[in-house]
Design a protein around this ligand. Structure first.
Ligand code: GLC
Ligand code: MG
Length: 739
């Protein structure tokens, strides 16, 4: 058995990083930024992060997982399952839910499917990642599932947070009900809490996010948070050259202005109330001295058709037009109708050439990427004192902060800026240096990898964060055994079996499927000295846990809970003779278990029919002539095995299952390779002669060994042809013989 994948990086020299960002539209270039609320800064951030991590010398491979979308209304690019964006870095598109493009608020029901498919992708890579990094609540949720199942650390970046949004919407007077209806906000907050609980490290862009936004969460653990600001694309944003700027956008600006050569106050923001362009216009309007010195240039969204905008945005835009008219600012304020993404660097350069400033008047600005872009273009900055700009200006020393709600303050700081040209020149220089020093993507990647390495080094000090890498991504076959009277019962043969598995060169996964509950199964494994299990299917298939940390498979629980009502089942069965509830410890969320006296009680079939008549749709499993388990319709050991096979993408003919009694029957049937040990109970006899079920002579674990040899399971494998089955047996219509 190969255990090397349990250790970080033994198989390959470098790190393998999985980034996840579910919503929006991501491709290698030509991002559709601003297309809708789901295509903001986050998608840009991810593409840059992925590329730059890929370039780090310690990194082998970066996969950026996002949702695959087939939609006539959007480009075909987003339907490609894979897009290489650099040598060792690719976008992997994973289908989930409907094929069409969906907004993030409605993706929640499809995230389990995303996680399962992501696991399959990771299996196809054949190696567990060194870190899984979820972005935003939805991918945080997916990442948390993957990381815990894979036993690797989880990184999380919220980008923006539900509790913060909830607070703001409430302040605006929106009712909770409306908020939830529109934004599915509680689902989001739940996902964030869950992710924050599991994250080994939370990466934020500013300290303010940590102190003010993450602080709102129950699972606030600032010691796990690291501030790594995003970078700016330094090859796109740079100071103007000596040459004259010649571009359409320049004409589009200048046609508004009486004296276009005057310095320029440049603002760049969506028409959104929170961007607070209104106070900027008033501040400018009330300051004639400032108007003498500088023009005001407002880049507030592309206006193909303002009618198509959201109501709020239209209002913001109308207000700006009315203010310009009211204060008669014609000839001093420009607000071009259109600008292309490539115009943005030119606008900063134009403002820099004109010895102007960039202004960000937002009520709060979570990060302030535009401010760094301006800095990198050697354009001084005057910015809001709420949020990210505080740290940027502290680092770069390239301008002033103001209180965005105080019009006089905005006006004074602008006057101040234009009163000292030496100071303006210094700010321009400092900003350029600061952007390179603090805000390069390569610097971000370096800090990121350092954080990850530190985590690996110190994990032993944090008991909650010891990563036990799952072997499941690397195994190529799977042995699943029932515990009682199959795996255990005879110590000597069990030892022989474990030795065989251990000595094999193949990558064999080992799991058990049992009627016992989890802790009882674990106890048995300890007593019988069965070492490492990749998973435990317990309580007759109703629960699945992975690895040494017993990570619960919530996806399985969600799948089986359909139509399940344990209380009503117990109530209905009270009236039947011959049934006695098993002890409390055997009753599980998805398992109601009885002792059955077959002489007094109706047959299992009749019991099932009886429950159906009470509109209770269940699975009934009879074992050892004395146990009766009532389970959700979709649950059994067999369906749990098939779920695992599907989740991990392991073909059935590479799975060997072994059992001895009634609750093993449905896992023995089907396309997996079945082995019935010699000491089986009478219920199992009827499987004789069925395809792919081998009845061993030998008992207990020796029977499993015999089965392994029969199928040459540890060698090249021998899948029996289905026509080996005797005609006699097939004719007995055993397909329906569950109970
Ligand atoms: C195990 C369980 C018991 C169950 C039986 C048959 O003995 O402890 O609750 O009824 O298996 O599945
Ligand atoms: Mg058994």
């Amino acid at each position: 058995m190969d255990l090397s994948s349990a250790m970080p990086n033994k198989n390959s020299s470098g790190l393998y990083i999985v980034l996840i960002s579910v919503h929006g539209l991501i491709r290698g270039d030509n991002l559709e930024l601003g297309r809708d609320a789901d295509n903001g800064g986050q998608i840009k951030y991810l593409v840059e992060l992925a590329k730059n991590l890929g370039q780090h010398p310690e990194v082998d491979r970066v996969d950026l997982l996002t949702r695959q979308v087939f939609d006539a209304k959007i480009a075909d690019d987003y339907s490609q399952p894979m897009e290489q964006i650099s040598d060792n870095c690719q976008i992997i598109r994973i289908p989930c839910g409907p094929k069409r493009y969906l907004r993030k608020e409605v993706l929640w029901p499809h995230l389990d499917a995303f996680a399962d498919r992501a696991l399959k992708h990771i299996r196809s890579v054949g190696r567990a990642p060194d870190v899984v990094h979820g972005h935003y609540a939805d991918a945080g949720f997916v990442g948390a599932q993957l990381a815990s199942i894979l036993g690797v650390p989880l990184f999380f970046t919220g980008h923006s947070l539900g509790r913060d949004k909830l607070q703001r919407l409430r302040e605006n007077g929106m009712r909770d009900e409306t908020i939830d209806k529109q934004y599915n906000i509680w689902q989001r907050i739940e996902a964030e809490e869950y992710t924050l609980d599991l994250a080994a490290t939370v990466i934020t862009s500013t300290q303010q996010e940590v102190d003010e936004q993450y602080q709102l969460y129950d699972n606030y653990q600032p010691e796990r948070m690291v501030v790594i600001p995003p970078g700016v694309e330094l090859d796109r944003f740079h100071p103007p050259g000596r040459r004259k700027i010649q571009a359409q956008i320049k004409n589009d600006v200048e046609r508004f202005l009486q004296q276009p050569k005057k310095p320029m106050i440049l603002a760049l923001a969506r028409a959104d109330r929170r961007k607070n362009v209104r106070n900027l216009v008033i501040a400018y309007a009330q300051n004639p001295e400032l108007q003498e010195k500088a023009n005001l240039v407002l880049i507030i969204g592309n206006r193909d058709d303002v009618e198509g905008w959201e109501k709020d945005s239209i209002q913001v835009f109308q207000e700006v037009l009315m203010l310009i008219d009211h204060y008669d600012l014609y000839g001093r304020v420009a607000y071009p109708k259109q600008h292309a993404p490539d115009d943005v660097p030119l606008l900063y350069q134009l403002a820099a050439k004109r010895k102007g400033v960039f202004i960000n008047p937002a009520l709060t600005e979570p990060f302030g990427l535009t401010i760094i872009e301006a800095a990198a273009s050697s354009l001084p900055v005057i910015a809001t004192q709420n949020g990210g700009p505080v740290e940027i200006i502290k680092n770069c020393r390239n301008g002033l902060l103001f209180d965005p709600e105080n019009v006089d303050d905005i006006s004074n700081k602008l006057t101040d800026a234009f009163s000292d040209s030496g100071q303006l020149r210094r700010w321009a220089k400092n900003g350029l240096a600061g952007a390179h020093r603090y805000y390069s993507w390569s610097g971000h990647a370096q800090h990121y990898i350092k954080t990850l390495n530190k985590l690996f080094k110190t994990q032993h000090k944090r008991p909650l964060h010891q990563f036990n890498r799952s072997r499941l991504p690397t195994i190529d076959r799977l042995l699943i055994c029932d515990i009682d009277n199959t795996l255990i019962g005879d110590g000597a043969s069990l030892k022989r079996l474990l030795d065989r598995i251990h000595q094999s060169d193949e990558h064999i996964g080992l799991g058990v499927a049992t009627g016992r509950h989890l802790s009882s199964a674990q106890q048995a494994m300890q007593e019988w000295e069965v070492p490492h299990l990749d998973f435990i299917i317990s309580s007759v298939g109703t629960e699945i846990h992975y690895g040494p940390q017993s990570v619960f498979d919530g996806g399985w629980a969600r799948l089986i809970e359909y139509r399940w009502n344990a209380e009503e089942i117990r109530f209905a069965l009270k009236s039947l003779a011959g049934l006695r509830l098993q002890p409390r410890s055997e009753q599980r969320p998805f398992k109601v278990s009885y002792f059955i006296d077959p002489h007094q009680a109706p047959s299992p079939k009749e019991i099932k029919r009886f429950l159906r008549q009470h509109d209770l749709h269940v699975n009934v499993v009879y074992s050892h002539g004395s146990f009766l388990d009532v389970l959700p319709m979709r649950a059994s050991k067999g369906s749990a095995v098939r779920y695992i096979a599907d989740k991990w993408g392991i073909p059935f003919e590479k799975i060997l299952v072994a059992g001895d009694s009634g609750n093993d029957i449905d896992m023995l049937r089907g396309d997996t390779l079945g082995v019935v040990v010699g000491n089986h109970t009478p219920e199992v006899k009827r499987l004789r002669g069925r395809p792919r079920i081998y009845f061993a002579e030998a008992e207990f674990a020796q029977g499993i060994i015999e089965g392994i040899d029969h199928y040459d399971f540890l060698g090249r494998g021998r899948t029996p042809d289905d026509d080996e089955v005797s005609d006699l047996m097939v004719s007995q219509n055993l397909l329906l013989a569950n109970i």
